[in-house]
Design a protein around this ligand. Structure first.
Ligand code: ADP
Ligand code: MG
Length: 682
């Protein structure tokens, strides 16, 4: 017996007996590199070899275990004929067949006159029962090794059950005791096994095959805890000491008084939360979550006003040029009667202008810079950046966030804004390191958007509706489906639609797509803004953030291609002023049941958070946009829909236990989180 020590769990799998170079390679395909990966590779089913079957009761095509006497062995001297072993017992006869097996090997395995246990899939050929290449052939005294329900793992070429079992049992049968990171009362209270028992139960009972079993739940809970620990550590690092900002909200109050509307209660509350952060001696790391059109931008600009009052520089970054430009224009308006210097920088800014901006930033001549991600290039240095705002950035991962915070310097507060409402379990696992401010209400003048659906064949019925909208001075977005990986096809689908619609409404239509350059896009958007055109045919480039208060109808083609959350996001582009907004979803063929259900949800609710929950229930969380790119390691076992309760439990638990972080070292290593923590934190 090999001596199994505790640290074997994190050793390379080739430390186990029988694992050489070749096998290591195959195991790697199955993501098994360390011994602990074997433990986390759960069986998906089991093979029942536990009963000895009489030879007159065999079922063809099934796996059986038999106990037989070896009668004769044939090694035919003609090529391509298989080797054959004749076996029998009181209940009948059977042939064991081997292709390509060496004679010496078989003679050792099969000794005439001996009784053996054989297990494998039974077939029938030439009026004989046969087992070809049996899974197990064992002498009688070892029959208990075969006569079992044997866990079935997803394997790959080069590894069969027997081989895999030999290595996995080496560790499972000798699993060292590990000091549990959860205390015994907690385990008892939640009906959890201790770690070792739990792993064994996952492999040796059916618990590992059921993601709601108690053993599985303990595993999931641990995985969530590992994730939350990373976030909480990241938070600790980011929320370091800073100089508190001093301001009396003179400028921001002035702006508020000049707004054509009053802030909603939600907006006020969130602004207040931000102010407290700005004034505090620890850095702000906050995300504003608010549905499309809930008015996040103005709140962030008010925060800018306060930071600037204490002579700090501010930066606003948006994911697209159009959006950045819009923020730029709005800022110029908001800060019109001040002498603040506001600049705009994107990847396309001319070199001479760029050089000037870079030096002005460094000298502190610019108070507010607005741009795309090019704001965070190495070359760009601020004199005293005090507030960095990132709009629509639900795709930022943990690492990028902490990099950003680092870049800003010790006194830089960080504010993120996201209009992608995501379910609570995902908020916890994506933004658990941040403070969260939610804008839950929409401006009062905002009406619920009326959502309708139509089959594409009936597109002609739309023209009258469109005409009425235009007669009422309403503008229209017409969204063509995005054609993956093909700017060219995008262009042609947009162009075609443009031509069709332009025939109906000559000179009132424009189009925009990914292949246009900045200037071309801008010209068209400007024309749309000035109402020189009334219909804008576009791809989903308009999805994020742009604000056209006069757009009141959006038509979305091929709407079944989009998730609920994305449709809601698109729909949020219209009805931002005080007129009634409409959304028409066009579908290719007859609607599937699921599609009908989806439309119903969209028609009934205007609440992005509710829709996000539903979207996740319908599509599963893996499909939720942005999660894959989030940079946060995927959960392997936890599913925010199925294990919602465990996310909630883990949230409370980690808040309490995080002080004792040392005891979680093993856990973090188990789920490959230890490295992420170090990368992030140092
Ligand atoms: P989002 O939260 O999607 O970024 P915006 O900040 O772009 O939303 O705001 C959408 C529109 O609502 C803008 O035209 C803005 O001027 C307007 N708005 C913001 N707050 C209010 C409010 N309290 N009352 C009325 N309109 C508002
Ligand atoms: Mg916005």
């Amino acid at each position: 017996m090999v001596l199994i020590k505790k640290n074997i769990i994190f050793s390379d799998v080739n430390k186990l007996r029988g694992v050489g170079k070749q096998l290591s390679k195959y195991l790697k395909i199955k993501r098994i590199e360390k011994v602990k990966d074997l433990l986390l590779n759960l069986p998906y089913s089991e093979t029942d070899r536990s009963k000895i079957t009489d030879l007159d009761k065999l079922e063809i095509g099934k796996i059986h275990t038999i106990r037989v006497k070896i009668k004769k062995i044939y090694f035919p001297r003609i090529r391509n004929l298989p080797n054959k072993i004749l076996c029998e017992n009181a209940t009948g006869k059977i042939e064991i067949i081997y292709f390509n097996s060496r004679e010496g090997y078989l003679r050792k395995l099969y000794k005439i006159g001996e009784i053996v246990i054989i297990s494998g899939k039974v077939s029938y050929f030439n009026k004989n029962y046969q087992i070809t290449n049996p899974d197990y052939v064992t002498p009688l005294e070892k029959e208990n090794y075969v006569k079992q329900k044997i866990p079935k793992y997803s394997l790959t070429k080069g590894i069969n059950e027997k081989k895999y079992r030999a290595i996995s049992e080496q560790i499972l049968n000798n699993l060292p005791d590990v000091e549990d990171w959860h205390d015994i009362h907690f385990l008892k209270k939640n009906n959890f096994f201790n770690w070792k028992e739990n792993i064994i139960s996952l492999h040796k009972t059916k618990e590992g095959q059921n993601n709601r079993s108690q053993s599985y739940k303990r595993l999931v809970f641990d995985e969530i805890c590992a994730n939350f620990l990373v976030l909480s550590k990241s938070r600790k690092k980011i929320k370091s000491r800073k100089k508190n900002k001093l301001f009396k909200s003179i400028l921001s109050n002035k702006i508020i008084n000049q707004l054509p509307f009053t802030l909603t209660t939600s907006q006020k509350k969130v602004f207040n939360e931000i102010n407290l952060d700005l004034k505090s001696k620890t850095r702000m790391f906050r995300i504003i979550q608010g549905d499309v059109g809930s008015g996040k931008t103005i709140v962030s600009l008010l925060a800018v006003a306060n930071a600037i009052e204490d002579n700090y520089q501010c930066a606003i970054m948006a994911p697209t040029e159009i959006l950045a430009k819009q923020h730029f224009e709005l800022s110029k308006k908001i800060f019109m009667n001040t002498n603040l210097k506001i600049e705009f920088l994107t990847g396309k800014t001319e070199n001479s202008k760029r050089r000037k901006i870079i030096s002005d930033l460094e000298n502190g001549n610019i108070n507010l810079i607005i741009g795309t991600h090019s704001l965070f290039q190495k070359k760009i240095k601020f004199m005293n950046l005090g507030l960095a705002i990132i709009d629509e950035q639900h795709k930022f991962g943990v690492r990028q966030r902490s990099e950003l915070a680092k870049k800003g310097g010790a006194n830089c507060d960080v504010l993120l804004m996201s209009a992608t409402p995501i379910p609570r379990t995902m908020i916890m696992s994506l933004y658990g390191d941040m403070d969260i401010s939610k804008i839950t209400e929409k401006p009062k003048n905002r009406k619920k958007i009326i959502t309708l659906s139509k089959p594409e064949k009936k597109i002609n019925e739309l023209w009258l509706f469109l005409k009425k909208q235009i007669d009422n001075d309403n503008q229209i977005f017409w969204v063509c489906p995005l054609i993956e990986d093909s700017v060219h096809l995008d262009f042609s689908s947009v162009k075609k639609k443009y031509e069709l619609i332009n025939k109906k409404f000559p000179n009132k239509v424009g189009f925009i797509h990914g292949a246009l350059n900045k200037d071309e896009k801008e010209i068209i958007l400007k024309r749309f803004f000035k109402k020189e055109i009334y219909i804008l045919v576009t791809t989903t480039v308009i999805e994020v953030g742009i604000d056209f208060p006069n757009a009141n109808l959006i038509v979305i083609e091929n709407a079944n291609k989009f998730g609920l959350a994305q449709l809601h996001q698109l729909r949020g582009r219209v009805g931002r002023g005080n007129k009634q907004g409409h959304c028409i979803l066009l579908f290719k063929d007859g609607l599937s049941k699921k599609a009908v259900k989806r439309i119903k949800i969209l028609k009934e609710s205007n609440d992005g958070f509710f829709i996000a929950e539903k979207d996740m229930e319908l599509r599963g969380f893996g499909d939720i946009i942005g999660f894959q790119q989030s940079g946060i390691k995927h959960f392997r076992f936890a599913d925010p829909v199925i294990h919602k309760d465990l996310f909630e439990l883990a949230e409370k638990y980690i808040n309490k236990e995080v002080k004792n972080e040392k005891k979680f070292t093993f856990l973090l290593k188990l789920f490959d989180r230890a490295e992420i923590i170090n990368q992030n934190i140092d």
